[in-house]
Ligand binder design. Structure first.
Ligand code: COA
Length: 366
């Protein structure tokens, strides 16, 4: 029997601190008018010092699990798409697993720049369809404010911090994540990158002096690439599903620049109100941008069961991709089961006990 991977819960997390265009104009040579007209962004959220990618991811995941009525112990796999994981390793997914008390889950991170959520969704849904797992958490989470050069007006006006999460679960009824198109072209690797902190240019005084620990971008070239692939990837995934663009009720584009989305709308001959947009309030939140836009649209009742939608993204790499979904929504038969407080306390206590046991065992076997 064919198995499907339904999206049965969604959640989000955004930091409280709002950074407006006017605030930015006090730091670098820019203006609210320039940012609004060139990008469509009005403000973005910035993580507090004690907020990390893993804490935003955990909050978004908890909300998604609550909505789905799924207990953390029922989760088989956690995939975190991120470019700003808490560490290069361990994976942020492991930190989220521990914080949630998802005691039976495996987890890993995926780094495919701003297309990471589309890749993560594809991997998790394909594992569900193949029968190797039943329930997955797919999370896009970023604290980009930590890798943005706040002295570079070309980049610092664009990005923000956030997280979005989906719960995927196996189902027999058609629907959920149906098809994907995943593409890469490494010849464009120099157009957008974080030059140091990896192994090619390890952190050094010289690298820090050259501000290589921050994002570097050729905005014009990325813009040209983005407008081209938003169109081609959307068309390809719709064709792969045997549908036409007229069958698609909404498109959730990566929220990088309103003008990129307008160009895609023109090329696809779709009206702008077909696109789920919130970049005016959050800026580009990379892997979080698509689940966050879908979260808000679903909460507002703009997305309805049965509708076909396309998620389309692009980013550094160059990497791009699209996924076609048929919206299903939470299982009607499962009442929302809030995550019991005792489970949160018990899983934290369990985590400390495991640390303590590791310490004691280490001392005894020394
Ligand atoms: N405020 C004021 N002026 C700015 C500015 C800012 N924040 N950033 C750049 N400028 C200036 C440039 O220095 C340039 O000045 P110059 O002509 O004197 O050299 C001028 O504005 C025009 O620059 P340009 O790069 O042509 O602007 P643009 O219309 O292409 O917009 C971006 C710049 C970055 C907004 C746009 O190229 C873009 O969105 N690119 C895609 C970036 C992206 O999506 N990255 C993430 C991918 S996941």
């Amino acid at each position: 029997m064919t198995r499907y991977a339904h999206i049965i819960g969604w959640g989000h997390a955004v930091p409280d601190q709002v950074l407006t265009n006017d605030d930015l104009a006090q730091r670098v040579d820019t203006s609210d008018e320039w940012i609004r007209t060139r990008t469509g962004i009005r403000e973005r959220r910035i993580a507090a010092p004690d907020e990390y990618t893993s804490t935003l991811a955990t909050r978004a995941a908890s909300e998604a699990l609550r909505m789905a009525g799924v207990h953390p112990r029922e989760v088989d796999l956690i995939v975190v798409a991120t470019n700003t994981g808490d560490y290069i390793f361990p994976a942020t997914a492991a930190l989220v697993q521990d914080a949630l008390g998802a005691s039976r889950a495996g987890g890993f991170d995926i780094q495919a720049a701003c297309t990471g959520f589309v890749y993560a969704l594809t991997i998790a849904s394909d594992m569900i369809k193949a029968g190797s797992i039943h329930t997955a958490l797919v999370i896009g989470a970023e604290t980009l404010s930590r890798i943005v050069d706040w002295e570079d007006r070309n980049t610092c006006v664009l990005f923000g911090d956030a997280a979005g999460a989906f719960v995927l679960q196996a189902a027999d009824e058609p629907g959920g994540v149906l098809h994907s198109v995943l593409r890469a072209d490494g010849s464009g690797a120099d157009l957008l990158k974080l030059p140091t902190c990896g192994t090619r240019n390890p952190v050094s005084h010289e690298a820090l002096e050259r501000r290589m620990q921050y994002m570097h971008m050729n905005g014009r070239e990325v813009f040209r690439f983005a407008t081209r692939v938003m169109n081609s990837a959307t068309r390809e995934v719709v064709e792969k599903a045997g549908l036409t663009l007229d069958d698609i009720a909404w498109i959730a584009p990566h929220q990088a620049n309103r003008r990129i989305i307008e160009a895609a709308a023109k090329a696809l001959k779709r009206p702008m109100d077909h696109f789920l947009l919130n970049l005016d309030r959050y800026g580009n939140t990379s892997t979080a941008s698509i689940p966050l836009a879908i979260y808000e649209a679903a909460q507002a009742g703009r997305i309805r069961p049965g509708q076909y939608g396309v998620l389309v993204a692009f980013g550094a790499g160059l990497i791009w991709g699209a996924a076609l979904v048929q919206w299903t929504g939470p299982r009607p038969t499962r009442a929302a089961r809030p995550r019991p407080r005792w489970h949160r306390v018990a899983s934290k206590a369990g985590s400390w006990l495991r640390r303590a046991r590791r310490y004691v065992e280490g001392r005894l076997t020394r």
